[in-house]
Design a protein. Structure first.
Length: 293
């Protein structure tokens, strides 16, 4: 009997995903997953087609989204499994988030231009449509240009093992705080997103709390719990064993549902193979269902 689940997967409806909802569901079936959740960045465009494919393949597909938000001057990613993708409030959250992400992306491109990189907003927008480009997406577009034009200053990202993780190395070198193309976060407020979560019918789960850009503390999580957070992504490709144990203990202490998500994307995260995360179990889905408002 199938029991494994993966509650954080990206399709090509995200600006940095590669596989269509159809192929994601097929992969889930081949990997014997009982349930999956396609949680694309700030979009629900994978639905309803992903649900149809799930029915055909015998895989439970749980609608979700990964909202990019800001809390305490840090970027936090909020998952909303069981979200009603047809509700007006969801469209409004996406629209508000998209406007802020586009403004942020334009400023990143402008700063890269000032640094001498041959990159235009027009080409970034065209290649990332219909979604606002993430930092790693901008990096990937620029690095792909290097392949054709040998842009000076990008050589190191194409040497040896750097090539596989090039977009992330570039992000850390240019887009992180204190770096040449850093731009202050202009995302949705996380507390506002949590306040509106019940209206979306989704169950708010904080993704990869130990990610380098979040570094969520127990105090942060206590505040978020009081503001409506119901789950915590304990098992994720972002966490080492020590972090996993730490967040597992915090989830238990705060009464948050521990969840599992690989954060699979495709070629932009080649180190994360589909089905590689084995910690997800169906009881997590059942516990999340109990938290639905």
């Amino acid at each position: 009997m199938r029991w494994q689940v993966d509650l954080h997967i990206h399709s090509n409806k995200s600006s940095d995903g590669d596989f269509s909802p159809f192929h994601i569901v097929r992969l889930a079936s081949k990997n014997n997953l009982r349930a999956i959740s396609i949680a694309d960045h700030d979009t629900v465009d994978a639905y309803p087609e992903a649900l149809q494919y799930g029915e055909e393949e015998g895989v439970e597909v749980i609608p979700s989204i990964e909202l990019t938000t800001v809390f305490d001057d840090r970027e936090f990613h909020l998952l909303l499994p069981f979200v009603n993708w047809e509700k007006k409030v969801v469209a409004e959250l996406i629209s508000r988030g998209s406007e802020k992400r586009i403004s942020e992306a334009k400023e990143r491109v402008r700063k890269l231009q000032e640094l001498g990189f041959d990159l235009s907003w027009k080409e970034v927008s065209r290649k990332s449509k219909p979604n606002p480009p993430l930092g790693v997406t901008i990096a990937q577009i620029l690095l792909e240009k290097y392949e054709k034009n040998k842009i000076p200053g990008l050589e190191k990202y194409h040497k040896g093992p750097n090539r596989v993780f090039a977009p992330y190395f570039f992000y850390k070198d240019y887009f992180m705080e204190g770096k040449p193309a850093w731009v202050a976060k202009q995302n949705l407020d996380l507390l506002e997103a949590l306040r509106l979560a019940p209206e979306t019918e989704g169950v708010p789960v904080l993704a990869h709390p130990g990610a380098y850009f979040q570094k969520a503390s127990q105090y942060d999580l206590a505040v978020l719990k009081e503001s409506g957070l119901e789950g915590l992504e304990v098992y994720t490709s972002y966490h080492n064993p020590s972090q996993t144990e730490n967040y597992k203990a915090i989830a238990e202490e705060l009464g948050l549902v521990p969840t599992a998500g690989s954060d699979f994307h495709g070629k932009i995260k080649p180190h994360i193979a589909f089905g590689s995360l084995k910690a997800g179990e169906y009881w997590m889905v059942e516990e999340l269902k109990k938290r639905r408002k």
